[in-house]
Design a protein around this ligand. Structure first.
Ligand code: PMV
Length: 287
C-alpha cells in the first residue's frame, strides 16, 4: 500500500502560534508491502536493514513502524517491507508517510477496513507517541490525500486551492541537509522579538492565497519566503534556489521548518532552467 508525502505551502511556523497553514499532498510516495511469514520481520529497504520484531524494537529507525504495529494489536506474524521515494528529515513528511502506508497495509492484510478518518487518527497517535509532540499537518494531509487548511490543530479541506496550484507544475528542490531539527528551529523563531508582527503578515498572505489565482499565489510564495528568512529559518542555499526560481518567473519558498531541506517551486521550467537549478541542489522532483 502506498502513501504520499506533503509540503506546507503557506504558514509554517506561524501555525505553531495558532495562525493558519496550508498543506498539500505530493506525488512522492512510500510503499509498504506485507506478506505471510513464520516470523514477524521488518525490512527498511532504503536503509538496507532487515530485522526481527524484537531486534527492530531496539533500533530507532524502526520506531514508527513498530509503534503502528503495536497500536493495531495484530497477532499473526508477517513480513513487512518499507521503501520510499521521499528523502528523510527535510520537511516532506517522510515519517508520517511511512506510518500511514504501514497502517493502510496492515488494515488491508488483516481485513480491518479502517476508514480514512481512523487511519488519520491512528497515524497522528503514532507520530505523537514516537515524537512526544506532533501537529496533525503531516498525518492528516497524507491520510486524506487532500490539501488542508490547518489552524489550532483543526482542519478543513481546500480542494479549490489545490486545483488552482495544480494548474502549474510543482517542483520540489531538495537543496541541502537540515542543520537543525524542527524543534530547534521553532526555538529560534520563539526568540525573535518581532515574531508576532511577522506572523500577522504571514497570516495575511496565507488568507489571500486561498482565494487568489495561480499568478498571485506565485508572488505570495516569494513574500512568505522573505518573511521566513526574516524569522531566521532560511539559509544561503535555500535563498539562492528561491532567487533563481524567481528569475525564471516561478513562485518559490522554503517548505517546512527550514534550516536547510527543501524549496517548493511553482511554475514551468524549461530544460535549461531545470539544469541550472539541478546544478545547485541535491535533487529536483516533479511533485
Ligand atoms: O519541516 P516539518 O515538516 O517538520 O514542518 C514543520 C512545520 C512547523 O510549522 C515549523 C512546525 C509544525 O508543527 O507545524
Amino acid at each position: 500500500m502506498k502513501a504520499k508525502g506533503k509540503v506546507i505551502f503557506f504558514g509554517e511556523h506561524a501555525v505553531v502560534y495558532g495562525y493558519t497553514a496550508l498543506s498539500l499532498p505530493i506525488n512522492l510516495s512510500t510503499n509498504v508491502n506485507i506478506k505471510k511469514n513464520d516470523n514477524l520481520v521488518i525490512e527498511l529497504k532504503n536503509l538496507n536493514k532487515k530485522l526481527g520484531f524484537e531486534e527492530a524494537k531496539k533500533d530507532k529507525d524502526f520506531r514508527y513502524v513498530i509503534k503502528a504495529i503495536e497500536l493495531l494489536k495484530v497477532k499473526e506474524p508477517f513480513f513487512l517491507s518499507v521503501s520510499s521515494e521521499l528523502p528523510v528529515s527535510c520537511g516532506l513528511g517522510s515519517s508520517a508517510s511511512v506510518v500511514v502506508a504501514t497502517i493502510r497495509a496492515l488494515s488491508k492484510f488483516f481485513n480491518l477496513n479502517l476508514p480514512k478518518k481512523e487511519i488519520a487518527k491512528l497515524s497522528h497517535r503514532v507520530e505523537r507517541e514516537v515524537q512526544g509532540k506532533a501537529s496533525i499537518t503531516d498525518t492528516y494531509t497524507i491520510s486524506y490525500e487532500r490539501a488542508l487548511k490547518i489552524r489550532n490543530n483543526e482542519f478543513s479541506f481546500i480542494d479549490e486551492f489545490e486545483k488552482t496550484v495544480r494548474e502549474e507544475k510543482l517542483y520540489i528542490a531538495y537543496v541541502e541537509e537540515r542543520e537543525m531539527k524542527t524543534a530547534d528551529l521553532i526555538k529560534v523563531v520563539s526568540e525573535k522579538e518581532e515574531k508576532e508582527e511577522i506572523f500577522k503578515e504571514i497570516e495575511e498572505i496565507t488568507r489571500e492565497a486561498l482565494s487568489s489565482d495561480v499568478e498571485r499565489i506565485k508572488e505570495l510564495m516569494l513574500e512568505n519566503h522573505k518573511l521566513l528568512d526574516k524569522l531566521g529559518v532560511s539559509t544561503k542555499g535555500l535563498n539562492r534556489v528561491v532567487r533563481l526560481a524567481k528569475k525564471f518567473g516561478c513562485g518559490a519558498k522554503l517548505t517546512g521548518a527550514g534550516g536547510g531541506g527543501c524549496v517548493i517551486i511553482l511554475g514551468d521550467l524549461n530544460e535549461e532552467e531545470k539544469e541550472l537549478i539541478e546544478k545547485i541542489v541535491k535533487s529536483l522532483y516533479l511533485a
